[in-house]
Design a protein around this ligand. Sequence first.
Ligand code: HDE
Length: 679
Amino acid sequence: MNDKHNNEKNEQLERFRTDDKGKKMTTNQGLKVSEDEFSLKAGERGPTLMEDFHFREKMTHFDHERIPERIVHARGYGAHGEFELYESMKEYTKAGFLQDPTKKTPVFVRFSTVAGSRGSGELARDARGFATKFYTEEGNYDLVGNNIPVFFIQDAMKFPDLVHALKPEPHNEIPQAASAHDTFWDFVANNQEAAHMVMWAMSDRAIPRSFRMMEGFGVHTFRFVNHQGKAHFVKFHWKPVLGAHSVVWDEAQKINGKNPDFHRADMFGAIENGDYPEYELGVQIIDEADEFKFDFDILDSTKLWPEEDVPVKIIGKMTLNRNVDNVFAETEQVAFHPGHVVPGIDFSNDPLLQGRLFSYTDTQLSRLGGPNFHELPVNRPVCPFHNNQRDGIARQTINQGQVSYHNNSLAENTPATSSEEEDGYVHYQEKVEGRKVRARSESFKDHFTQATLFWNSMSKPEKEHIKDAFSFELGKVDSESVQRQVVDMFAHVSMDLAKTVADALGIAPPEHGGSDITKTSPALSQENTNKKAKTRKVAVLLGNGYKGGEVTKALNALKAEGINPEIVSEKLGKVTSEEGTVLKADHTFLTSESVLFDAIYVVGGKDVSGKFHQETAYFVNEAFSHFKPIGGTEEGKKWLESSGKAESVGVIVSDDIDEFVPGFVKAIAAHRYWDRQIS
Ligand code: HDE
């Protein structure tokens, strides 16, 4: 049993685990196998025989190993953990897992990119899924969110259109995992409600440094309902303890080539290392009486609630502390659904949410092959479940007894329903009236105010990145008409933005536009996030002939700060100091590159080749152009000085390790030096 961080869910999963190591091979029927390399043939060079049941079973199973990938969010990474509450939320909700701060709730989280296929590069410019399954004593509660707090469309009716436009184009299946193509931007220009989310998607948020450094949002407005039946509107937030950080676009594209598994490797490594990713759960709460107090409709998923207007109350923390045993069994087969709720959490009339409540079960039917996917180990609730649903493909439960209907007398009318007092789920009795209409509410018609709010809230470098992102994406669009339409559309967000992009595209600037919105929301800028050096990866460029004592001291001091230094040299194996001591290289210049690290520590050595110098120059120049912190001691310091970089911000050099380390740690925590100029 994997008893590290044991909990109810882990105990349940344990019943399904099996370890084949050290066991005798059998068929699926339990028959011991005597030969597994050769099929049964009529003579050594003869044809294979039909009666070879072992071959047939092995091949048949293999032939059916794949299931359809998720229609969106196909590329994902899952991990187990637990959620602990800081303070009881009983004033607002009767949800059992939000009552008692001493109680921990097991969770499973799956992070994902949206557009790409299952094997696509993880550094795509894209929203990220952030789906959490809470295994509560009252049943599973799924918070199926994204790392962007708003969405492209307002009504679920348009979701198939959005996804068709975003996915690779159907005539040639190009491009993979990218929105930089004609159909996506044609959709945007002709469905202008997308303006706000597109601003986020073109921002640094769409290229996170790590799943560990990414916010999560429930997006829709939900309801909290307390024991007295009083409801409040609520929005959910996950705030990463390490802060929200991103890479730069050039880096993202290179990472996709060098290590398309970069995000999952980062998560896997952090959890195995004991650097458990942590996210605080926050809620924004609006009294029902205040529903119409805002200059946007709180049912509109293209709008956020500015944190400065509706503060985020931090109510608990989730820690991810266990990697899955088997990616297919757990991460691939997990089935999330925003309709998996518990008493005390209810829906709003957001038309996007309402449509999702249909789609998620429906999609599992084709993906997981039938209606019994709730029986898969990862999906089972930790509380018992009883009802009159029966049979279906791959049913595992053996329901005993004669009765499978309600009402009945033969089983004393059980399984019995529960009253509200007995924690039966009772839908919030919102009064609803109106005519049946297919229409967009008048209150949903402003598409640009919050897009401009987002733009206004960005720091200068963040604005530059957005301009570059639009210029990149539209630069990949063939249709000049689409380029024109998009530039004209975003002129309503910012003339500065639209003009810069038009210039980059070589088309005329927009004639009309501009915005008189001046409001900002500082919480939207990643400049104002938590900044920590802990868990950052540093490449230590080391060659033979370094000062052994000094380097070991520096590495130990970095490790003491929770930083992960990894040695990069010309060859794997020993790197020998001038005293004859040895450090082991983790990577070579061939197997790694600066884009895979947060910072570079250049040491070099007295006995290095010209090639080492050349490789170091490439490594450092690239990191420097990506605004990364760079440190140098010994030969590295000299090299940084002679190349003119030592004078730049975020470049820390010293001959004294005691002085060097604190300065370098501070630089690593700063993440990037956006205003760096090549001196
Ligand atoms: Fe999803 N979405 N979605 N979505 N979504 C799916 O369900 C859908 C939306 C989100 O790791 C699918 O099991 C519709 C918003 C995540 O397994 C599917 C609409 C948000 C995941 C589906 C939306 C999300 C999905 C595909 C518009 C953020 C991955 C596979 C009405 C709040 C969950 C699956 C995982 C997955 C439908 C919009 C988040 C087809 C119809 C908004 C994180 O059911």
